[in-house]
Ligand binder design. Structure first.
Ligand code: LMR
Length: 330
């Protein structure tokens, strides 16, 4: 009897240890739409590096840049259905899931990236990380890119100069209304398609930070970049809520510590990376960079300010008020 008990014990121990041995690392597929040499691209690679250094054999990260796995049209659904585990879409791409994040699209709301960062540390911003939990989307942090400029086939100095041009925009009704106030047209289109559409002439303008202008070579197909700094391009690092809570507590805590570190690094480097790309574009000399005088820039601001009121109810007056207090002059 002892012998058979021992045999059974031994057999179950063997099963246990072989299943432990066979345990696969948790796989995180991180998909994004930009080049690797951008704030988000570098952030994704740093996340992979730190995870594989600190959680070897436990977690594996695969990064898919440049819309190579999923693009703007399908990446969020891919996260919800578990085909990818991490994304960092721009905050302008969440309108179908929450209206509150539209606050980040309001033109001239934040004076600079530092103001955006201060807002992201406020409670109201932290709460927005949970604003899509009903749709199974879990916000892990805010990553920033940079202030947005306009690129155009025509020299733009005054807001009315944009009249009649068609701009590629992200899927955001605030951005649609922004160009509407200028008398311009808009075409919502995935990031990956903008360059070709400019080449084909189906659009005549875009908006974006220097890192995207440079890495997508927009300066080679647009004769003007206008330094409006009228808004900023920011991301939310997101995961699938069910997936995230399924990760064993200890591992998840370590992942969250890594994310905090990477978030800090991305947000610290983003501005400098954009400045470097600005220099690169100027040095390449393919496009004319127009720097507006303070008076010229103020005319754009005045033209677009009415949007704050238009979107206040959808965004929430409390969120908008919190955002309005982060500029230095307040
Ligand atoms: C865009 O579509 O212009 C941006 O959101 C792309 C990105 O992820 O920076």
């Amino acid at each position: 009897m002892y012998k058979s008990l021992f045999g059974a014990l031994f057999a179950s121990l063997m099963v246990l240890s072989s299943s432990a041995l066979a345990e696969e690392p948790i796989l995180i597929k991180f998909s994004h739409v930009v080049a690797e040499d951008t704030p988000k691209g570098k952030g994704a690679l740093l996340f992979k590096k730190l995870v594989e250094e600190r959680l070897p054999g436990k977690v594996k990260v695969e990064v898919y840049p440049n819309s190579s796995l999923f693009g703007d049209a399908d990446e969020i659904q891919a996260l919800q259905s578990g085909q990818v585990q991490m994304l960092a879409p721009s905050l302008s791409k969440f309108e179908a899931y929450t209206k509150q994040l539209q606050v980040f699209d309001l033109p001239f709301l934040f004076d600079d990236l530092e103001a955006v960062k201060r807002f992201q540390k406020r409670d109201k911003s932290r709460e927005l990380l949970r604003s899509m939990s009903k749709q199974g989307i879990y916000g892990l942090g805010y990553w920033n890119n940079g202030m947005k400029e306009l690129t155009s086939s025509r020299e733009l100095r005054k807001p009315e100069d944009a009249k009649g041009l068609a701009f590629r925009i992200q899927p955001s009704s605030v951005l649609d209304a922004q160009f509407g106030l200028l008398g311009a047209k808009t075409v919502k289109m995935p990031f990956a398609d903008a360059f070709k559409a400019l080449q084909a002439g189906t659009i005549q303008g875009t908006e974006g930070p220097w890192s995207n202008i440079a890495s997508q070579k927009i300066d080679t197909v647009q004769p003007y970049v206008i330094e409006t700094n009228h808004g900023s391009l920011n991301y939310m690092l997101i995961t699938n809520q069910k997936f995230w809570i399924s990760i064993p507590y200890q591992t998840r805590t370590e992942l969250e510590a890594i994310i905090e570190e990477v978030t800090f690094a991305v947000n610290k480097e983003a501005e400098a990376m954009n400045q470097k790309d600005r220099e690169r574009v100027i040095a390449a000399g393919k496009t004319k960079v127009i720097t507006l005088t303070p008076e010229e820039r103020d005319a754009w601001r005045q033209a677009l300010l009415p949007l704050w009121k238009t979107y206040e109810a959808e965004i929430g007056a409390d969120v908008l008020r919190a955002a309005q207090t982060v500029n230095r002059k307040h």
